[in-house]
Design a protein around this ligand. Structure first.
Ligand code: ADP
Ligand code: MG
Length: 383
């Protein structure tokens, strides 16, 4: 991969790259839509990701180019930037904005990106390119930030520069992921554990519904607001800072305060999903993969019925998995409304699964899904 990109870099910028970096995508195994409610989540990094090659220039500009997108950009060096339409380079530009290049960027910089994560499919290509850029600049120019600062700064890019109220999970898993490990992360305290993720006789299949996203960003922010409404209502009676501080018992005692039926459904999902992550972590630790799979199905059902962020495409994939004998658990992963599902699939059944799921999905939805098997990989680094 890197060699091909070096050739492209040379062709585009007429010079050799002087450093290169990689950042993965991520899947969330369980704990969905609770990171922005201070909940427990269990993501892992995957071996698909984004590459960045760079070299300084003497032209006092930042040149952005991506193999994945048309439209190279030449940006003058300034102290701050604002988002420019919906162009792809806003994500790395936001990182430059956050790092405020007062004096560290003398001359300029040529950048070339390439990613093999399907973009806009819930595997967090956005966190990948943010963390990749932040890590690379921090390393190359010795800016002295630690990884957690880079995570927080990249989250601000997504929240403020781009305008999506997402939680910290994506940037965190892209930065801190490790091969064959999952991260159990408390999104409130940011305390985390790296745990073994031994899938035994199973592989993690990723199924991209190939559904074009339209509504996701506005719906995402709508769910965020619904949770904020629930929190404010409950805070009139109990002392909590976020919804995931609610135990099932505490919630049962106070749920009557939430009179809006929709808000009540959202809150029920949040509280129960947070519990499921605790159970899933225990199951994984004990090697009880079937229990883990059962919790994945329960998570999906809750996202479908209570949080209402699934859709007919994701449901078709999960429904197929339930009836397919070699899958023990499946669920949507990421924000939903399309994007990807994951499934725990028996090793050796990859081809049969892909064929049968493709037939089923095309029949139901009208176009094929894409099926990949990626390994659980390492977080961001220099290559
Ligand atoms: P995802 O679910 O993949 O995170 P988003 O809509 O949040 O989807 O982010 C996708 C955006 O991230 C792209 O539209 C683009 O702006 C940026 N991006 C991600 N990967 C790349 C890449 N390889 N090259 C250029 N831009 C990228
Ligand atoms: Mg994203």
């Amino acid at each position: 991969m890197k060699d091909q990109l070096v050739d492209k870099f040379l062709e585009k910028y007429n010079q050799q790259p002087t450093a290169s970096y990689f950042a993965p995508g991520r899947v969330n195994l369980i704990g969905e839509h609770i990171d922005y409610n201070g909940g427990l989540v269990m993501p892992c990094a995957i071996t698909a990701g984004t590459w960045l090659l760079l070299a300084p220039n003497d032209d006092n500009v930042i040149r952005f180019s991506s193999v994945n997108f048309e439209g190279d950009q030449i940006i003058p060096i300034e102290k701050s930037y604002t988002k420019n339409g919906n162009d792809w380079y806003n994500y790395p530009l936001g990182v430059f904005h956050e790092l405020q290049q007062f004096d560290w960027l003398s001359g300029g910089l040529d950048l070339l990106y390439f990613g093999n994560i399907p973009i806009g499919s819930g595997l967090s290509s956005s966190a990948s390119i943010e963390i990749l850029t932040a890590y690379a600049l921090n390393d190359y120019y010795n800016l002295g930030h630690d990884k957690l600062e880079l995570v927080k700064l990249s989250k601000r890019v997504e929240n403020i520069f781009i305008g999506l109220n997402s939680g910290i999970m994506d940037q965190f898993s892209v930065a801190f992921g490790e091969a064959n490990k999952a991260i159990v992360l408390n999104c409130d305290s940011l305390k985390y554990k790296i745990v073994d993720c031994d899938l035994g006789d199973y592989v993690l299949a990723i199924i991209n519904t190939n559904k074009a996203r339209k509504l996701e960003e506005s719906k995402y922010n709508e769910r965020y607001e619904e949770c904020q409404t629930a929190l404010k209502t409950l805070q009139t009676a109990i002392n909590i800072n976020n919804l995931c501080e609610l135990t099932a018992e505490k919630f049962a005692l106070h749920s009557h305060l939430i009179t809006d039926e929709t808000v009540l459904k959202r809150t029920t999902h949040v509280v129960k999903e947070n519990d499921r992550v605790h159970l899933a972590a225990k199951a994984l630790n004990a090697g009880q993969l079937e229990e883990f799979g059962r919790l994945m199905y329960a998570s999906h059902q809750s996202l479908r019925e209570l949080y209402e962020v699934s859709g007919k495409e994701l449901d078709a994939v999960v429904d197929f998995c339930k009836d397919y004998e070699h899958v023990i658990g499946a669920r949507m992963t990421g924000a939903g409304f399309g994007g990807c599902a994951i499934a725990l699939l028996k090793k050796g059944q990859e081809e049969d699964f892909a064929k049968k799921l493709t037939d089923y999905y095309v029949d139901k939805i009208g176009y094929p899904a894409a099926i990949y098997v990626h390994q659980i990989g390492n977080g961001v680094g220099k290559i």
